[in-house]
Design a protein around this ligand. Structure first.
Ligand code: UDP
Ligand code: MG
Length: 318
């Protein structure tokens, strides 16, 4: 098999991580050296506004295992990881966050489990530190909801921290959707999957780049790419409402022409109008969510663009 002799590629998306670059590099390369395998660390600078790229560049001058992909702007975490996947040449690929919430030392256990013959070994969190109660609660609610309404069996309490085989990387690179939800896509492919458990630590330096609005967008990507239930719900809701409005119409006709008891029913009219107005907006919104994603897929714009890299630029291949 041609693999440039590289056993493992580490993919690290970075957005404003100047405080973590060096510590991440040290901890990761120490772990990898212990494994006594050949490796590359691919840092993806996702449009950072701080010194991240300069620090990565410096590391790449000192250590030829350090590769960098400097994206032309901020594309978002999932796309940054996708850029890494498109350029990784290892037989196994690890996806890991730069903020040291995913302990690089765990790569050791991930790799050992992987060597038993799995295609995917994900890191499952036992507990999380340094994250707000709100974030923990919304995350747990989201994954439970997702499990209920999608038909992919997505493991609970996992992020993107995992090791995957070359064949899974190939499949991911060939999946056409532009709005990526990698952990869902990886569950969807199947093959032999397993996990190792760990404690998620607090972020070392800097702040989370996942704002609530990014989280909502990410959650919608997860739902719309793996479930048609929201669309179906709209249909059922529409049917139910048609029945109710049908009855209401009959009642209105009855009171107007038969019982002849009718008043200028401003209140009831308002309630009805507002209620149906609201339901229609929701329905249109849900359809819009799916449509806009289809639109992204149809446009087939490049997933990401690269300003500078010490790898072969593959931005137009995916
Ligand atoms: N990240 C990125 N692009 C973004 C946002 C985040 O590459 O637009 C990186 C970030 O540098 C980190 C990882 O993705 O390595 C996870 O981000 P973060 O820690 O902000 O998310 P959280 O852990 O809070 O979910
Ligand atoms: Mg983080």
């Amino acid at each position: 098999m041609i693999n440039n002799g590289i056993d493992i590629s580490i993919i690290v998306p970075m957005h404003n991580e100047e405080g973590n670059v060096n510590l991440f590099y040290q901890r990761t390369s120490n772990t990898l050296k212990q494994l006594k395998i050949s490796y590359e660390i691919i840092f993806i600078n996702d449009g950072s506004k701080d010194n991240t790229q300069a620090l990565i560049y410096q590391l790449s001058k000192q250590d030829e295992a350090v590769k960098y992909i400097d994206l032309s702007k901020n594309f978002g975490h999932q796309i940054a990881v996708s850029a890494g996947l498109a350029h990784a040449s290892g037989n196994a690929v690890v996806i890991i966050d730069a903020d040291l919430q995913d302990p690089p030392e765990l790569i050791n256990s991930l790799y050992h489990k992987f060597s038993e013959g799995y295609d995917v070994v994900y890191a499952k969190r036992k507990k999380r530190q340094g994250e707000s109660a709100m974030k923990l609660w919304t995350a747990s609610l989201f994954y439970r909801l997702l499990k209920k309404i999608t038909n992919v069996d997505m493991p609970l309490d996992t992020g993107d921290f995992r090791i995957i085989s070359k064949r899974i990387v190939k499949i991911l690179n060939n999946m056409p959707e532009r709005n990526k939800f990698l952990r869902g896509q990886i569950s969807w492919v199947g093959y032999n999957q397993s996990y190792v458990e760990y404690d998620r630590e607090a972020r070392q330096n800097g702040d989370t780049s996942y704002t609530y609005s990014k989280m909502i967008r990410f959650a919608l990507d997860g739902i719309t790419s793996f479930s048609d239930i929201p669309l179906r719900l709209v249909t059922y809701l529409g049917l139910f409402i048609s029945v109710v409005t049908g009855l209401l119409t009959l009642y209105a006709l009855y009171s107007r022409f038969i019982s002849k008891i009718y008043t200028a029913g401003w209140t009831s009219l308002m309630i009805v109008i507002l209620f149906f107005g609201g339901v229609q907006m929701i329905a249109i919104g849900i359809i819009g969510e799916y449509l806009s994603r289809m639109n992204d897929d149809i446009r087939q714009r490049p997933l990401f663009l690269i300003k500078k890299t010490n790898l072969e630029d593959k931005s137009t291949d995916v």
